[in-house]
Design a protein around this ligand. Structure first.
Ligand code: TYD
Ligand code: MG
Length: 451
């Protein structure tokens, strides 16, 4: 028998038996999503389907040692927080064609090689295609099973029967629940399927990876609505025409977030990057005006990135400002500080700022490198060779301390940067790294030291 479904407004929560384009109660457009009706709490209690639960003292809750299973791909394990936790539901999002299926097929192979069973649900590609890819990746394992199935209930049956260690659903946008009439990939379907798989993962102690396609602005309905319900969210990023890929942990109930893993997409699959810092620098052996190296911290790992700026006279009209890979608003703020504190007349210049290699840097420690890159391009004078820069800039032009200075200095030193300009407040004689720290208090001072 087909179960009745309801449509629920995502803005105000009002319900309707049919789909309507505009919510009758809050008048939001296109906000109705198909859902399974939930039994009211009262009905559940009356029906005595579940025993009444008593509160338990926090100190008396039993602890289990989580046994993480490393995938064998170091960059992936770092982002997962050490390995796959049995019974966890992990969302892997990314643009189509970025390499999600490739990565997970490699994971499946390594887990399979470790004598654990993996079911790979291929909803997008045919079994032949997956087999061909596995051949190309040289990843054929006896313990990996392919399942060409889109119906989530039948996937559940298979999981209950075979009890695999790991299940990969490629992708969550292709599976559906029969009792919902909306099409696969719609918000209602994606959410319902994911919550069913969540319950299943916990019940069977099976880890499940959900692949979710996201568009450039992250707008596609699917994966975003899942972020709050899954245990971990990983995003796979990169420029399509470049070969390196970043795996970024956005949420992790079993580990730290903001970790990144770095890979290179080669002819035979994804290879872990051995010296990631070299990917994000072009001009570190030849000094060029407008180029500054910043040791940033991504999660717990230091990464050297080259920041480039170009300052050139405005042709006509308003000056242009552009920021790629760094926050536009920070750039605007830094330009204002340079104008005010150093007396630069930047209103007649276009300014472009770019983080090399397509990385996105969110931390404020990049501020000082943006300022120096702009100053260096403005004066058309390069920074000294072997100089790196880190520091946050405040509105009065002061340079504020940054976190993890020791890691930054040692990574910079490791890659041959003899000197690093850092905030004065970070100077600590106890820190002894290969890169010598030069403390500055203000942007003005930093410009004097660097240029
Ligand atoms: P894929 O894993 O299919 O992407 P997604 O699942 O995220 O949509 O990866 C597709 C791209 O990766 C494709 O354009 C070809 C490239 N690729 C390689 O460069 N080397 C390889 O070994 C493989 C398998 C794919
Ligand atoms: Mg794919």
């Amino acid at each position: 028998m087909k179960q009745k479904t309801i449509y629920c407004c995502q803005e105000c929560g009002s319900q309707s038996p049919r789909w309507v384009g505009r919510c009758p109660s809050c008048e939001a457009w296109n906000s109705m999503v198909e859902e399974m009706p939930v039994k009211s709490a009262g009905a559940v209690l009356r029906g005595k389907t579940e025993p009444v639960r008593q509160p338990v003292l926090l100190t008396e809750v039993l602890l289990y040692a989580e046994n993480r299973i490393p995938t064998g791909i170091k960059e992936m394990d770092r982002v997962l927080g050490g390995g796959i936790v049995p019974g966890s539901l992990i969302l892997l999002g990314g643009e189509p064609g970025i390499g999600k299926s490739t990565l997970l097929l490699q994971v499946a192979f390594l887990i399979g090689k470790d004598n654990r069973e993996v079911i790979y649900v291929c909803g997008e590609e045919s079994m032949q295609q997956v087999r061909l890819r596995a051949e190309r990746l040289n990843s054929i394992s006896e313990n990996v099973l392919l399942l060409a199935e889109n119906n989530v209930d039948r996937v559940e049956l298979q999981i209950k029967e075979r009890k695999p260690f790991l299940v990969i659903i490629d992708s969550v946008q292709t599976i559906y629940k029969e009792s919902l009439s909306s099409s696969p990939g719609s918000v209602g379907q994606v959410r319902e399927c994911a919550s069913q798989l969540m319950r299943l993962a916990k019940m069977m102690d099976t880890a499940i990876f959900l692949v979710g396609h996201v568009t450039k602005d992250g707008a596609i309905a699917g994966p975003k609505v899942l972020e709050h319900m899954v245990d971990a969210v990983l995003y796979f990023e990169g420029e399509r025409h470049q070969s390196f890929r970043l795996l970024r942990g956005v949420k992790n109930r079993f580990g730290s977030t903001n970790e990144i893993g770095i890979f290179n997409m080669a002819g035979n699959g994804l290879i872990e990057a051995t010296n990631p810092s070299s990917l994000f620098m072009q001009h570190w052996q030849v000094p060029v005006p407008g180029s500054v190296i910043v040791p940033t911290i991504e999660g717990t790992r230091p990464l050297l990135v080259e920041i480039q700026a170009l300052v050139c006279p405005t042709g006509f009209g308003l000056p242009r400002r552009m920021a790629t890979g760094v926050d536009y608003n920070r750039v605007a703020l830094i330009i204002a500080v340079l104008e005010r504190r150093l007396g630069y007349q930047l209103s007649k210049y276009d300014i472009y700022v770019n983080a090399v290699g397509g990385v996105k840097i969110e931390e404020p420690a990049v501020d000082l490198s943006i300022a120096l890159a702009i100053a260096s391009s403005f004066h058309d004078r390069p920074l000294g060779l072997g100089l790196a820069v880190a520091g946050e800039i405040g509105l009065t032009g002061e340079v504020r301390p940054v976190a993890s200075i020791e890691k930054r200095l040692s990574e910079a030193g490791e890659l041959g940067f003899k000197k690093t300009i850092v905030p004065e407040a970070n100077i600590n004689p106890a820190i002894d790294c290969k890169s010598k720290a030069v403390g500055v208090k203000t942007v003005t001072e930093a410009v004097q030291v660097a240029l």
